[in-house]
Design a protein around this ligand. Structure first.
Ligand code: UTP
Length: 295
């Protein structure tokens, strides 16, 4: 059966200030975890979830994202001319072609917040609920979006947010879901609290960057006043629609890395390096050297 969730929105217009100077000329979403840019992991996840249309909300200064995402026939021809036909075929396989793939690039001219970025995708979304993927939240393991869509019942789920269980002393770092019940990975909820102190946290379910949103989110975003940091916040619009459409959480099975922060990016690299035979040898060497230094 075709999924009711046909569109994935990728907000990629942010300034990436936590990664300056690396992000001065290179968009954060193109920073690689080993050899694969963050945006590619997000695209792969959306494809695994059976998404029909991908909408990228970008910024004019971040044209490199479009160059990465779309096919580059000239580069492929150059590679072939140099005897690297295999590499050319791999690039073609991973890239989108405007004639055959349903891909839209639209611009958010000013980074007015995540909610505003999602609103910029409104005219390009197919009917029905929409998925939102934040590429700097890298989730490895089974595709988080595929799991969410499988669990998403448009009649009851309302706005669904991905969650992971954190230690109570870590709640101050996350948006925390106020849960009211649940069964298995699916949680019912009545709100979200931004970065609560451990003693005030309504649960230990931290919200991360994957959402399946009822289409009424666009109407709520259109009238949403600026919130924290003077930006149009997606969480505020989700909260304002929750009474009408409902709110749910989904505890995904994979492991999430906050690749918008240096520590999270390093953890992601180490995690994936341990799974790659070539990199594993390097990690082992580094481990031996560290042990020798400590001895
Ligand atoms: P972040 O808040 O993590 O990204 O937004 P940022 O603002 O670029 O990074 P810092 O905090 O300055 O380092 C999560 C995602 O939402 C996008 C970002 O590009 C990122 O993919 N975003 C954020 C937008 O598209 N527009 C915005 O106005 C804000």
């Amino acid at each position: 059966m075709a999924s009711s969730v046909r569109t994935a929105i990728f907000p990629v217009a942010g300034l990436g200030t936590r990664f300056l100077p690396a992000t001065k000329a290179t968009p954060k979403e193109l920073l690689p975890v080993i050899d694969t840019p963050l945006i590619q992991y997000a695209i792969d996840e959306a494809q695994e979830a059976g998404i029909e249309r991908m909408v990228f909300v970008s910024h004019p200064s971040k044209a490199a994202i479009e160059r990465h995402v779309m096919d580059d026939a000239k580069l492929r021809a150059d590679l072939k001319a140099r005897g690297k036909a295999d590499l050319a075929a791999d690039l073609q396989e991973a890239a989108f072609c405007p004639d055959t793939d349903d891909v839209v690039f639209t611009m958010q001219d000013e980074p007015l917040g995540l909610g505003h970025a999602v609103l910029c995708a409104r005219d390009h979304a197919l009917p029905g609920p929409v998925a939102v993927i934040l590429p700097d939240d890298l989730i490895v393991g089974r595709g988080c979006l595929a799991e969410m869509i499988e669990a998403y019942d448009p009649a009851t789920a309302g706005h669904m947010v991905a969650t992971m269980t954190v230690d109570r002393d870590e709640t101050e770092k996350y948006g925390i879901l106020s849960t009211t019940g649940g069964s298995g990975r699916l949680l019912t909820a009545d709100g979200m609290v931004e970065k609560p102190a451990p003693e005030d946290a309504p649960s230990c379910e931290a919200v991360v960057g994957r959402y399946v949103l009822d289409p009424s989110i666009f109407d709520d975003l259109a009238v949403q006043a600026p919130g924290a940091k003077g930006e149009i916040q997606l969480t505020d619009a989700i909260a304002s629609g929750k009474e009408r459409v409902g709110l749910s959480g989904f505890r995904f099975s994979g492991t999430r890395f906050d690749c918008g922060s240096k520590a999270g990016m390093l953890r992601a690299i180490l995690h994936l390096a341990a799974e790659d035979p070539e990199c594993r040898a390097v990690l082992a060497e580094a481990g031996h050297r560290a042990a020798a230094r400590a001895a």
